[in-house]
Design a protein around this ligand. Structure first.
Ligand SMILES: NC(=O)c1ccc[n+]([C@@H]2O[C@H](COP(=O)([O-])OP(=O)(O)OC[C@H]3O[C@@H](n4cnc5c(N)ncnc54)[C@H](OP(=O)(O)O)[C@@H]3O)[C@@H](O)[C@H]2O)c1
Length: 328
């Protein structure tokens, strides 16, 4: 009995040490009041997005949770309203795996909401599959859908400037390889889904880079972030054989969603970051991304290809009139 108690005690001590000692993140910074500011958080129904939305609401912002599931979106909005006492937290339906849904969301938002100061492109998926538009699921949800959404909302962001766009990327961009001739098609090979995810995250960092160049002088700035390794539902589609390794690893070493939201919140609200527009942040600090993510020619080529894929540019390369004209 004594041995069993001692063993249990040792186990508890080890658990506490590992769980609280090994995962150190900087303490949260004081955030400015955001009364009168409107924010969109994509994927705000759970994980890092919900934690980001909660904190923005706590600071007084009007927050639109752009989520694909009405049930999860309403539930998250209700929870955030109750927890913060801020009644201005709403849900609006957005499925990033459908370009039609992105256009419908933008159209409804622009009709209903006069202001937009913060766009947090957070939603992400690490599963394989194809979308109704014929693109690989992670590439469309993580990059193309957000690319179109940003273009459709850009005028509103500009008219409400100073305003900011935060693109939640990942350190996984380091393994990304963009094949411009086959953009949006799943990469070949055994690790296709993982590669696809990494490619989409490289696209996120390049998107922020090119967007910042195009937004110079507008007072709209943008940032790519790596949220850290966060214990969320992102890996719910991981193969069964991987889960026994992933779950304890995530539980011991990954941070929680509130900690994972800190870099997005930092880039969305911290004063004086304007001169770092287009750059990549992790742990609330500026960091150099991997070399392909600093390639300006690749960023431009990705931009033009993305415009073509979402229908904002003619296939031959003639820019189409105005993104707003494509909103239905
Ligand atoms: N967790 C990490 O360690 C980690 C590391 C690096 C980067 N990130 C990035 O952080 C971001 C947030 O991920 P997370 O960890 O919080 O994962 P999560 O818990 O799985 O949350 C992802 C969110 O994206 C939404 N989403 C998925 N597909 C969508 C679609 N088609 N349309 C609209 N929304 C969709 C989900 O909505 P549903 O509730 O409907 O599924 C959910 O709200 C992602 O961009 C991810 O790549 C995460």
């Amino acid at each position: 009995m004594a041995w069993a108690l001692l063993g249990f005690g040792l186990f508890l001590a080890l658990y506490t040490l590992l769980r609280h000692g090994l995962r150190r993140t900087p303490p949260p910074r004081a955030r400015p009041a955001l009364h009168g500011r409107t924010a969109i958080v994509t994927g705000g129904s759970g994980g890092i997005g919900a934690a980001t939305a909660l904190e923005l609401a706590r600071c007084g912002a009007r927050v639109i949770l752009a989520t694909r599931s009405a049930l999860r979106g309403e539930a998250a909005a209700c929870r955030i309203r109750t927890e913060t006492g801020n009644p201005e937290v709403q849900f609006m339906q957005l499925d990033l795996s459908s370009l039609k849904s992105v256009r419908a969301f933008a159209s409804t938002f622009l009709r209903q909401e006069p202001h937009l100061h913060l766009l947090i492109n957070n939603a992400g998926v690490s599963a394989g599959g194809m979308t109704e538009d014929g693109f690989s699921l992670p590439f469309q949800v993580n990059h193309l859908g957000h690319f179109l959404l940003t273009q459709l909302l850009l005028e509103r962001l500009q008219s409400c400037a100073p305003s900011r766009i935060v693109i939640v990327a990942s350190s996984a961009h380091c393994a990304g390889r963009l094949r411009l001739g086959a953009l949006g098609r799943p990469p070949p090979g055994l690790w296709s889904t993982f590669q696809d995810y990494c490619d989409s995250k490289l696209a996120n960092v390049l998107h922020a880079r090119e967007l910042a160049t195009r937004l110079q002088g507008t007072q709209v700035t943008c940032y790519a972030v790596h949220p850290g390794f966060v214990n969320t539902e992102l890996f719910r589609h991981a193969p069964l054989w991987l889960k026994p390794f992933l779950i304890p690893l995530a539980w011991l070493f990954f941070c929680d969603a509130a900690e994972g939201a800190r870099t997005s919140l930092h880039c969305a609200t911290y004063e004086g970051l304007e001169c770092f527009s287009g750059r990549y942040f992790t742990d609330c600090h500026l960091q150099e991304p991997w070399p392909p993510a600093r390639d300006d020619r690749l960023a431009l080529a990705l931009w033009e290809a993305s415009e073509r894929l979402v229908g904002l540019r003619e296939p031959e390369g003639n820019p189409s009139p105005d993104p707003a004209a494509v909103v239905q």
